[in-house]
Design a protein around this ligand. Structure first.
Ligand code: NAP
Length: 410
């Protein structure tokens, strides 16, 4: 029998647990999560108005519910237990810690209030306990940097009216902020051409169906090339006469060079491909340019990921998900990847009669760590569903203390 611990309970960690169990149904798997609630990006990254995508949490929950799987929520590796300690307790450790730090543009003014990374912004509107509200009020114009699906999520959440957000789990604080900003213009800025945009067609097309916003292509001549995304953008360009209180301006071949302002953000200075400058007024700028992995104790990332060879970092240590390959792919990408890494773990790792979860429990008890097991997570889940007000499917607790209390963690 092998004892395996997975650090991180997002889609990558849960799919890996599932695949390991398929290959070896008798070996226990412990899933450690630094927050009291599981599911990582599904809970705190996927947009709150995309409840269809968030429903994948039910599939992940079934994995955690299995008898051989033990959930240890509110256990942070590095704070409560060292990675090196875990490596002595388990036959193998798998890092599924994601990519939690926003990449930086590295340009002037990036630290101005009003400039925020997409991880911080999407985490905040998803009630992540560590994420704070953007320091921006009276937002008439917002600039979103990046041409990926996160940029689309951010634009949609900013553009939607209250009725369109009904049924979501957008946090009450974010709802209050969003509905009181006088937003008129949202600029989506891509440094390359339309054909190079990383939007997917389905996500992009949704921006054309919003009640109070209309997409505008600032320079239709930039719509060169052939792809489903370019076709969707051409359709937007053809419908430009539609009236709506909010415009979503798509700019291509436009590179941000500085955020300008004294105490608050005033504008984003950009450079066109012909070298000419363009200044976009903005009270809020959200950089949606990807994420990087942060160190886990002594294991440090390089170029935003943990260096690995086919998922193996070193003897007894593996990696999956965004921490392995960078912030790319959709949620099902993790399932395919988990099959490959699980095969590898299964072939390479031998059970050495290490103590696994029983020793971890003792260690956590000795250190007075209040961890959340699967039953406690379900108490927290039920409490969040029960307290959801009118027009909201869930109201998450926004502090770790509140989550632990609702979970009645020991
Ligand atoms: P992404 O798809 O990689 O897009 C990042 C964007 O940022 C690209 O347009 C990139 O431009 C730009 N960028 C990077 N560095 C830049 C810089 N220094 N200056 C200007 N622009 C820069 O990443 P994402 O939008 O964060 O999404 C992450 C992953 O999650 C993706 O796989 C995405 O599909 C997925 N996701 C899916 C959904 C969904 O299916 N509904 C929703 C959200 C996210 P270049 O191309 O020029 O590098």
């Amino acid at each position: 029998m092998r004892h395996i611990a997975i650090i991180g309970s997002g889609p990558a960690g849960c799919y890996l647990a599932d695949q390991l169990l398929r290959l070896d149904p008798d070996s226990p798997i412990d899933v450690l999560e630094r927050l009291p609630a599981p599911f990582g990006l599904v809970r705190y990254g996927v947009a709150p108005d995309h409840q269809g995508t968030k429903a994948i949490a039910r599939v992940l929950d079934r994995v955690l519910s299995r008898a051989q799987v033990n959930f240890f929520g509110n256990v942070e590796v590095g704070r409560d237990v060292r990675l090196e300690e875990l490596m002595r307790l388990y036959d193998a450790i798998v890092l599924a810690t994601g990519a939690t730090r926003d990449r930086k543009l590295g340009i002037q003014g990036e630290d101005l209030p009003g400039v925020i990374g997409s991880g911080a912004f999407t985490g905040w509107y998803n009630s992540h306990p560590d994420r704070r509200a953007p320091v921006a009020q009276g937002v008439r114009s917002a600039v979103i940097i990046g041409n990926g699906n996160v940029a689309i999520d951010v634009a949609r959440i900013l553009a939607k009216g209250a009725a369109e957000l009904a049924g979501s789990d957008l946090s009450p604080e974010a709802t209050a902020w969003q509905t009181t900003q006088p937003i008129e213009t949202i600029h989506i800025v891509g440094r390359r051409g339309a054909a190079d945009a990383k939007f997917t067609e389905h996500e992009l097309a949704e921006l054309g169906r919003l009640e109070r916003a209309r997409p505008v292509i600032v320079d239709p001549a930039t719509l060169t090339g052939q792809s489903a995304v370019v076709e969707t953008l051409r359709k937007f360009a053809a419908e430009e006469n539609r009236k709506a209180p909010v415009t979503i301006n798509f700019h291509f071949n436009l590179t941000p060079v500085a955020f300008l302002g004294d105490n608050d953000l005033r504008s984003v200075r950009c450079r066109r491909s012909d070298g000419n400058p363009l200044e976009l007024p903005a009270q809020l700028a959200v950089t949606c340019i990807g994420y990087e992995t942060v160190a886990c104790c002594t294991v440090t990332p390089s170029n935003g990921v943990f260096p690995n060879e086919g998922g193996k970092v070193k003897e007894g240590l593996y990696v999956v998900g965004w921490a392995k390959r960078g912030p790319s792919g959709t949620i099902p990408t993790n399932r395919t990847e988990a099959q490959q890494v699980a095969q590898r773990v299964s072939q390479e790792v031998i059970g050495l009669e290490r103590p696994g979860g029983s020793a971890l429990r003792e260690l956590l008890e000795r250190r007075c760590v209040r961890w959340v097991d699967y039953a406690a997570w379900h108490r927290l889940d039920a409490a969040e569903l029960a307290r959801a007000g009118e027009g909201r499917c869930r109201e998450k607790f926004t502090t770790v203390a509140g989550m632990l209390e609702a979970a009645q963690a020991h």
